[in-house]
Design a protein around this ligand. Sequence first.
Ligand code: FES
Ligand SMILES: [Fe+2]
Length: 402
Amino acid sequence: MARNSIEWKEVPNFPTSHFVETSIYTDEGLFREEQDKIFNKCWIIACHESEIPNPFDYRTFQHPGGAPLIVIRGEDMKVRSFYNICPHRGNTLLYEPVGNAKRITCIFHAWSFDSMGDCVDISRGKQGYQDRFDCQHAGLREVKTEVGYGGFAWVNVDDDSCTLKEYIGDAMGMLDEHLSEPLEVFHYHRAVVNTNYKLWHDTNSEFYHDYMHYFNRITGMIQPGYFDRKYTGYPNGHASVGSMSIKYDAYEGSKERGVGWPGLAPGGWVLIDIFPGMTYNLRTSVLRMDTAIPLGPNKLMIEFRGLGLKRDTPAERAERIRDHNTIWGPFGRNLHEDLLGCHGQGLAMRERTDSKWVLHGREENMTIHDEGGMRHFYAEWSRRMGRKAYDPYGQIKEQAVA
Ligand code: FES
Ligand SMILES: [Fe+2]
């Protein structure tokens, strides 16, 4: 039966962990708070080491907490990160997304910096500052950076944060043996979607939406073992899903896929969600990394990287690229189906409506269609925000909650 305006707003008859209030996806104030309490406190993937292989190679990165960053490999081969902000009068230092800079010279008044973040020249410094200020006082603001878990460059803008290892804990266990060799990015693209970053991460945290994926519906979902896969939650909001073989060839003819991946069974699949918006997705022959970079409460940039092994022969690489592009990348349909899902949510939630609830209530023993992956995420979100995801402004009367 259709519901009237009062029934539509009734608090769902679930435990409070099993639904959230929609303002957590739309509210500008909550978004600013997420930048402070989540993005500026967590470890975030900025790029991959193979994107900056040589000394002085850099990559610029829009950190989701707000700061524009430079990730640069020093002369000593160490990867470091800095604010992409000149300490003189706050100009942007590097404009290109990628490049090589032995010296970083600000275009405004020509102050110069090296790849370690040290200031090496202040134009007419002595004349203007006498002995009051010199290069020693003008280094770039460094941001904690660690390379790991498949060779990604992770950054944390909080100087007092835990280590990356402590942050990840055991969450990467299922991928450990598959990430022992050096990797290389062979594909990069971005999508900008009018939606909230959490709604994207949700699509990587539940697989009930396999109903939206044509191929998954006609292949994966009807394979034996599909409903045995289990979601496992880890501290800090991370989660993984168990591996299974998917016969992607079932819809493509009988061509065998030869290239594979070290330690992974043919057709194997491992997915690991790292809080608050990164997903490792290793399927058969390609690792796809999704990084959610929110630009506002209802604007999201997602960075997609396809990775193979650094030691690939040209033929092996070509096969990985073909697998990636035709199935899991921008020319496959799965990705666009996922984008459609969270785009539709963003479209429906962006205006102020009285649509109040998003349900995470499926319980199937934490198997593939259980919505426990999302519940695990929002428990961590609530812990870090100091707010209840089902009631961020404390407006629900306790007796109204099941
Ligand atoms: S703002 Fe960079 S040198 Fe003046
Ligand atoms: Fe999906």
